[in-house]
Ligand binder design. Structure first.
Ligand code: ASP
Length: 470
């Protein structure tokens, strides 16, 4: 029973409140550090260099990195083991049925998300000024966004259309060990799906041995996630501290583009509002009317995963926490969660798909490029397809946006769109945090809906009451 005394001790609170507290403290402290760096910055010293050079920042960054490394490390044993076990527990027809439901859900919700974004960006048109002119027309984006341009190159590399196809090539890696080493999650998922299916085709003796070994790896990985979650409030706080301090110090107080700066802020508002609409209205409607379960219970169960996704901006790194929440707090079986969630972390990205569409449309508006209904349909389609190939790591959608804009440039015979992408970097991190949370949430809603459709009694058992878990 929770006493008044223990209510005052944050370490006795349920895990999601502890993480939220860490997030708030980290955010406030990061903002204070950025402000003091901006106040003390001189003509030759940029606030961002003051922030990055401070001992406090370096120490907290190290704590955040250790937590993030732990999250990433657990993904490797967890993903293959959970998929192999889930697939091995399904009969041939079962896999087909589950696979079809999963892909249908992923495509349908991503499409809905994109259409929400498209409607909002067309209605508000953040890329044009009050006279309907593109806010970046005639502006030298490369000069005004020098810092962002170099960051963009570092983030997107040489991801041209053809190298983007490598994402699909990664599906069949030539070497499992190097796939694991390179963090090629998609390749590991495909191999695990096939291995799980083939396990039933070998003799029962060796098959049982392999299965019990994998079961052991899976159980151990889950214990690993539980162990890591004990550090989540501090880890999340440290990650948010660094994200806020770096972003605020980078943005600085000045308005670089006068009227254009307003447009960039409105764009960020539109993307945020569309993400919120999908997260708070459309997905709950699916839970209510398709799944017939209480969305509030689902939000509560998923809170630790949502906060982790928000602070890491990586759905792959969050995967262990997502699985923990869905299975332990949501009561969804490993048969469904182990199959749908790893797939979802790489394939199903509602937030990313929505953002790609809003960002591409915004840049077209801002550069004075009008798109016909057919061209907008093309943007919708490419946003849907590229979101499947985008990796669950920070800023990954920038690569997809380059691909979308390049294709549009080829179609229209222009070369003015890709050069405007650095503008997106102004708000990339905060929007990345929000779209990653939406990506992870949609995966979890998919797992719950599919479990329900398979006749599983979700939310029937009481969630874990171990310390740190509600
Ligand atoms: N950071 C996102 C994720 O991990 C991907 C993106 O939209 O950049 O889900």
């Amino acid at each position: 029973m929770t006493t008044t005394k223990s209510k005052l001790k944050p370490w006795c609170w349920p895990l999601h409140w502890q993480i939220l507290l860490g997030l708030i403290i980290g955010g406030l402290a990061g903002s204070m550090v950025a402000h003091s760096a901006m106040d003390s910055a001189g003509a030759n010293v940029k606030p961002i260099d003051t922030v990055r050079g401070s001992g406090l920042f370096t120490t907290i960054k190290l704590i955040g990195e250790l937590f993030l490394n732990g999250l990433k490390m657990i993904v490797l044993p967890l993903v293959p083991s959970s998929i192999v076990l889930a697939v091995a527990s399904l009969s041939g027809a079962g896999i087909g049925r589950l696979g079809l439901k999963t892909l249908t859900y992923y495509m349908a919700t991503s499409l809905i998300a994109i259409l929400v974004g498209l409607a909002l960006v067309n209605a508000i048109s953040p890329g044009t000024d009050s006279q309907g002119r593109g806010i970046l027309v005639g502006k030298d984006v490369a000069t005004s966004f020098g810092d962002e341009t170099s960051t963009l190159e570092a983030k997107t590399g040489d991801h041209t259309g053809s190298s983007f196809l490598n994402v699909f090539r990664k599906m069949v890696p030539p070497n499992i060990i190097s796939a694991a080493n390179e963090g090629n999650l998609l390749g590991l998922i495909v191999i695990s799906l096939i291995a799980g299916g083939l396990l039933g085709k070998i003799e029962s003796g060796p098959s049982a041995t392999v299965k019990s070994f994998i079961e052991g790896v899976y159980q151990l990985s889950l214990r690993g996630v539980e162990f890591l979650l004990k550090f989540a409030p501090i880890g999340v706080g440290a990650l948010i501290f660094c994200a806020v301090a770096e972003n605020q110090a980078l943005l600085g107080p000045e308005n670089r583009f006068d009227s254009a700066a307003r447009g960039v802020v409105i764009f960020a508002g539109v993307a945020f509002a569309a993400l919120l609409l999908h997260f708070l209205v459309l997905l709950p409607l699916l839970m209510l009317f398709v799944g017939r379960f209480n969305p509030i219970k689902h939000y509560r169960a998923m809170a630790p995963a949502l906060l982790t996704a928000f602070s890491t901006a990586s759905s792959s790194a969050t995967l262990g926490v997502t699985m923990d929440c869905v299975e332990k707090r949501g009561g969804i079986s490993n048969r469904v969660a182990g199959f749908t969630l790893p797939l979802g972390a790489t394939v199903n990205m509602d937030g990313t798909a929505l953002y790609e569409c809003v960002a591409a449309m915004f840049l077209c508006q801002a550069m004075g490029v009008e798109l016909s209904a057919g061209q907008q349909f093309f943007v919708v389609l490419t946003a849907l397809l590229t979101s499947v190939g985008v990796a669950g790591v920070p800023s990954a959608s920038l690569v997809a946006i380059v691909v979308i804009l390049r294709s549009l440039e080829t179609q229209l015979g222009i070369n003015t769109l890709v050069v405007a992408i650095p503008v997106l970097l102004v708000f990339d991190r905060p929007l990345d945090m929000c779209r990653t949370a939406v990506n992870v949430f949609s995966d979890s809603v998919g797992a719950a809906l599919i479990a329900k459709s398979e006749g599983e009694p979700i939310y029937k058992h009481e969630p874990h009451h171990a310390p740190g878990h509600e």
